[in-house]
Design a protein. Structure first.
Ligand code: SF4
Ligand code: MG
Length: 329
């Protein structure tokens, strides 16, 4: 079995004031194969970061299961969880925010090693810091400088070196390139790919648009308002997107060829993203869906496998519906 991570019917609700409930993640299931990159995509507020944090056990779950390498993450004791963090690490969107500005680069990178007492002496630890700096495309002269002296892309490299410090198998990258210029984004993505090949890493790569995710992911799950709406291999998501939301996301990616750019259809989503405290009835996407039908407001679409390994939650693919239900509104 090569499924290293299995997320099953995961729910994460936050209790707000006045008895209100924020359904950040609602009944989400997916798995990640060892050595692959699984992309998790959706607008901000769709629950993708919450999934990442719940997988890491940083949040308790409301319901469902997260199983990593045979262990139920939410049943681990504190001691076991501490050990689990040697296997799973996280990279964040804004590395500067997660790096202590008063620490030198070498302190930032070696902190996890110290917390986990990885090395007996300073020399060994420092050698490892130098090695990590080189692995992420920096060099040992950077070790005694401060993170704020570096560009955004370099800071993300420092963040990656820190995440690699414990030699993890699995990395959750939560929008690691969203704050970077497009040219720098490509460099960081290439670095992650190289590291993946060298070290056999598995990635959960979280992003708010599909442009870079296409290049790095083997399979992709698309999220909307706490729900997974489509999941398939990267290539079939691009060649044959089934969910109207996925189609809209794809149509928003700029194409460098002006001839194609001119002729293709742009799907502009109307309206605001609804609040997850008060989600629409039926299909959560219906208030913005250009294809919405009568049934969409009364019935939540099932998660179904429409083609092999291609899952979607949308009534357009439900063959059991009657004529009245499928009337467009
Ligand atoms: Fe649109 Fe209905 Fe499909 Fe939801 S179920 S995406 S509203 S067509
Ligand atoms: Mg986020």
């Amino acid at each position: 079995d090569d499924k290293i991570l299995q997320v099953t019917n995961l729910k994460k609700h936050f209790v707000m004031g006045k008895g209100k409930m924020l359904q950040a993640v609602d009944d989400v299931s997916f798995y990640v194969n060892k050595g692959e990159t699984f992309g998790l995509v959706g607008e901000s507020g769709c629950g993708k970061s919450t999934i990442g944090r719940t997988i890491m056990g940083l949040y308790n779950k409301t319901d469902g299961d997260v199983v990593y390498d045979g262990d139920n993450v939410h049943s681990l004791t504190d001691k076991e969880k501490f050990k689990f963090y040697r296997k799973m690490q996280m990279i964040f969107q804004d590395p500067y925010a997660s790096l202590n500005p008063r620490s030198t680069v070498s302190e930032v990178i070696s902190e996890p090693m110290e917390v986990h007492s990885l090395y007996k002496n300073k020399k060994e630890q420092m050698d490892r810091v130098y090695q990590l700096l080189e692995e992420v495309g920096l060099n040992r002269d950077h070790a005694n400088r401060y993170p704020h002296e570096f560009s955004g892309g370099q800071r993300q490299r420092i963040g990656i070196a820190r995440a690699l410090a414990l030699n993890p198998d699995f990395i959750i990258a939560d929008e690691p390139i969203s704050a970077l210029d497009v040219s720098v984004q490509a460099q960081v993505v290439n670095l992650l790919k190289e590291l993946q090949t060298e070290k056999g890493l598995t990635f959960l790569f979280i992003a708010h648009d599909l442009s870079m995710v296409k290049q790095i992911s083997d399979r992709i799950g698309v999220m909307y308002l706490g729900h997974m709406v489509e999941l398939t291999e990267s290539s079939s998501l691009y060649d044959n997107p089934l969910h109207p939301y996925t189609r809209a996301l794809l149509s928003a990616i700029p194409i460098p060829d002006p001839d194609i750019e001119e002729t293709r259809e742009r799907i502009i989503l109307e309206g605001e993203l609804p609040s997850p405290i008060n989600p629409p009835s039926g299909c959560v996407f219906r208030t913005r869906c250009p294809m919405a039908m009568e049934v969409c407001s009364v019935k939540q679409p099932d998660w179904q496998e429409v083609e092999q390994n291609h899952y979607v939650a949308c009534h357009l693919y439900d063959e059991t519906l009657g004529e009245n239900e499928t009337r467009r509104i």
